[in-house]
Design a protein around this ligand. Structure first.
Ligand code: ATP
Ligand code: MG
Length: 539
């Protein structure tokens, strides 16, 4: 049997994983039954990107709002009718916590009657088999997959299948959803589903779409990886104008959108978590009038998207202004300014700025300046024992990076001259060999173990190996080191440190890889720590 918890854990991003745990903890504390449902399960099983987390609880999630906020979630909206909370979990993870419910449709075009229900009943009111699964996150049944319509088989067959013949009649927004999913996944509709879809289109069921569903579907476009493809598919099926009568693919700034998605990927590759949804909406509606744009915004149920989309240009303008001022007078200052800005703003400005110097600064920030970190003289720093094991290492590495960025350290010699005062004192010599037979054996074994080199030289190298320069950007910019900071770093005996440098090539290679940096105690002097280790090794 498939281990869905394992699959979930390896497929979720670390932030999404933490988000699942957060929601699970809150639900457990409240004694409420919780399931991961909908698209999250579909994407976990199919391998597609998991865009958001949909949870369903057997109970009323609106009552848990304060608990979620206390746990670190932000409220982005709620739907009183379906008792759904829209949350932003730490790390910008979007989540919806809905109440398990049934929907009873009495008349075409009329809103359904909603009633609390069990998860099994809830799954029966879903749109497609691939979306009608639930994974238990409850003690005792955690990992159990509820899949009453065999959604796993349809994922394998790559098919979109409605749960019953009246699906599109009951909720015509499923026509838009089917079009969107078919365009996104390139999964066709199963034959009967396609027939019902065609019939529903012909009979113009879409005219009965609920306003709340329109808002939800508008917002969903912002999170598509290839929104233009979906917009075109919706337009082809005549559904785009259901979302807004004046909307068409021609209203999209296609070049801007393409550049946005490219730059976004570039930032993701650099390790940024960047949410492009507001910028996507900006480009998707670039040629719509202000009034049309406000109409669209008004219908969106999540206020975080409405606000970020509304404010994106203004915020970008502010950042651009700062980038042309004193705050960004040097590359290091610019680096710090851009590192403290929201990645979403850097992304948007990178794509939209018409100001040459702003565009160049952002370009440098995302490309050229990152290469400067390669100029940190790592081997020499290792020899000077300036390694990640030093508590001051991040600060020293940051200082060097900033000085290199500004061209204030122009050569390797200059860099080394700057670094030398920060070298820690050398470790003390090993204790004298013990007398007696045991000591002899130990004395014989030690040099062999270190390829015939002086134990202290080996120890110095071993401890200092593999100093990761990745500790510099982008983390460097988050806590920029100032000159004053650098001064506070203890300046140990440089001469002694120089003596400590291994002189031969063999000494340089005869070291073991450094252990992962355990957090050194700021109070304990390095000197005392060393003999302990050397003794331990000898034994
Ligand atoms: P996405 O990846 O776009 O978020 P999704 O399937 O998760 O896809 P959501 O809009 O987040 O889509 O909805 C979550 C779940 O709620 C769906 O998977 C589906 O089970 C259910 N759902 C949403 N809208 C409808 C609808 N109109 N009719 C029936 N079920 C729906
Ligand atoms: Mg979803």
């Amino acid at each position: 049997m498939a281990d869905y918890i394992y699959t979930m854990e390896i497929r979720l991003t670390p932030d999404q994983s933490k988000g699942v745990n957060l929601v699970q903890d809150v639900a457990r504390a409240a004694g409420i039954t919780l399931y991961l449902t909908g698209g999250a399960i579909r994407d976990i099983i199919s391998g597609f990107t998991i865009r958001d987390l949909d949870f369903t609880v057997q109970g009323n999630p609106l009552k848990l709002q304060k608990d979620f906020e206390r746990a670190g979630a932000q409220l982005a909206g709620h739907d009183d009718e379906t008792r759904t909370l829209f949350l932003v979990l730490p790390g910008n993870v979007r989540a919806e916590i809905g109440m398990a419910h049934t929907e009873h449709y009495e008349k075409v075009g009329k809103a359904p009657t909603i009633a609390p229900a069990s998860i099994q009943e809830d799954l029966r009111r879903r749109d497609f088999t691939v979306n009608a699964m639930a994974l238990s996150l409850n003690e005792g049944s955690r990992g159990l997959l509820l899949d009453p319509f065999n959604g796993v088989a349809d994922i394998e067959a790559k098919l979109l299948r409605i749960l019953h013949n009246y699906s599109f009649v009951e909720d015509p927004s499923r026509l838009i959803r089917a079009t969107r999913f078919a365009a996104r996944f390139h999964w066709p509709m199963e034959e009967r589903t396609q027939q019902r879809y065609d019939a529903a289109k012909e009979n113009k069921y879409i005219d009965h779409i609920a306003r709340s569903a329109v808002g939800h579907e508008i917002a969903q476009l912002a999170h598509e990886d290839d929104p233009l493809n979906v917009i075109r598919a919706l337009e082809k099926e005549d559904f785009l104008k259901v979302l807004h009568p004046h909307w068409s693919a021609a209203k999209v700034d296609t070049n801007g959108l393409a550049l946005l998605m490219k730059t976004r990927q570039q930032m993701v590759d650099l390790g940024y978590t960047v949410d492009p949804s507001a910028a996507v909406m900006h480009f998707l509606t670039a040629r719509l009038s202000d009034k049309d744009i406000s109409d669209l915004r008004r219908q969106i149920p999540r206020k975080d998207l409405i606000e970020s989309w509304r404010d994106i240009e203004e915020h970008a303008k502010d950042l651009a202004k700062r980038l042309t001022g004193k705050e960004a007078a040097t590359p290091s200052r610019t680096w710090n300014l851009l590192s403290s800005a929201r990645p979403e703003m850097v992304l948007f400005l990178a794509v939209t700025s018409r100001h040459q110097s702003v565009a160049l600064k952002i370009k440098n920030y995302l490309t050229k300046w990152r290469q400067v970190q390669q100029r940190l003289p790592l081997p020499e720093m290792t020899e000077l024992l300036i390694t990640p094991q030093l508590p001051e290492y991040p600060k020293i590495a940051r200082d060097v990076f900033m000085l290199l960025l500004d061209g204030r350290l122009r050569s390797r010699t200059e860099t080394l001259k700057f670094l030398k005062p920060f070298a820690p004192p050398p470790p003390p010599p090993p204790p004298p060999p013990r007398r007696g037979r045991g000591a002899k054996a130990a004395a014989g074994a030690a040099p062999a173990a270190v390829a015939g080199k002086k134990p202290e030289a080996v120890k110095g190298k071993g401890k200092g190996a593999a100093a990761p320069v990745s500790a510099v950007p982008p983390a460097a910019a988050k806590a920029p080191a100032t000159k004053a900071d650098a001064k506070t770093v203890a300046k140990p005996d440089v001469k002694a440190a120089a003596k400590q440098e291994p002189k031969t090539k063999a000494a340089k290679v005869a070291h073991k890889p450094a252990k992962p940096a355990s957090k050194p105690s700021a109070k304990r002097p390095a000197k005392k720590a060393q003999p302990k280790k050397s003794k331990a090794r000898k034994r």
